[in-house]
Design a protein around this ligand. Sequence first.
Ligand code: KG4
Ligand code: ZN
Length: 335
Amino acid sequence: MIILGIETSCDETSVALVEDGKKVLSNVVISQVDFHKEFFGVLPELASRKHLEYINLALDKAFKDSGIDFGGIDGVAVTFGPGLVSSLLVGVNVAKTIAFFYDKPMFKVDHVEAHLFSPFIEYDVDFPFIGLVVSGGHTILFVVRNFYDLEIVGYTVDDAVGEAFDKVAKMLGLGYPGGPMIDKLSKKGNCNAFKFPLGANEKPYDRYNFSYSGLKTSVLYTVRKIQNLDENKVNDICASFQKSAIDVLYVKVKRLVEDTGIKNVVVAGGVSANSYLREVFLNDSSIKVFIPSVKYSTDNAVMVASLAYFKPIKASIYDEVYPRIATITKGKRKV
Ligand code: KG4
Ligand code: ZN
């Protein structure tokens, strides 16, 4: 079963063709990062305009790379949300047009779920598992019992972890997106040079929750106090911030492992590309950790096409069980 995946929720225009959820026939990601850099974040109006400009290029290249044509697909999967509305609309309308014209089923895919199940592209992950989605917009901890039974047990009460990386990078004048740059500079810095608070809330009801605003403010006050912010100090701030931001993710996942006895752990989303995060989680031999390759950690259409294959195929009554994600338009000509 070959599914065309389309992802336009933020600032990447991505189109992929994936066979049976795992065989990647093509994966095109056109990044708009250079256009958003000067704003230190994604400018929604600019993002949707760029998606309009790039979507046909991405489609053409994805089909060319895969060697199949539109008629050769079995369905169209598209990110339906959450994301920037005007950006999502570009992908959704393109997907609807293709599904309608070629009479193929269309699958609505939730962006956070696509990240959560992205390790399924490369690994065989057994249920139940503990899932942590860490991206620019989300920091969510799940207990996942099957494709339809996702329990959210924790989340950030303020900023997402990726957002904290981006804002700290902005304070240090490192450009956008901040995550990859902080990751790189941290390697040259001392992670114990500055004592920042963990990105956590530790009230009794926040057993699994996160909070990054205190950490962010603490970095800001530190930066303001430093007279001469030279390269070494920037590296040290990066390493110290990164440690605080990532360690808490590990602490809370481990807590959930102990509380539930579930030892399979998935970490996904843009921040899972972080090399320190990978080191911390993958070095723990008491848990089985699945983290997607970097190209599937950040936004991509492969994870969208892959989930649309696994989720409906594994359960036949998906429409009723989980209407938000399920197939809603079967490509029938109902105008
Ligand atoms: O999943 P994603 O591509 O888009 C969203 O759904 O938000 O995640 C983007 C986020 C950005 O905040 C970016 O700074 C962060 O992921 N990121 C990283 C790294 N690579 C990307 N954060 C830390 N270390 C990285 N290596
Ligand atoms: Zn994402």
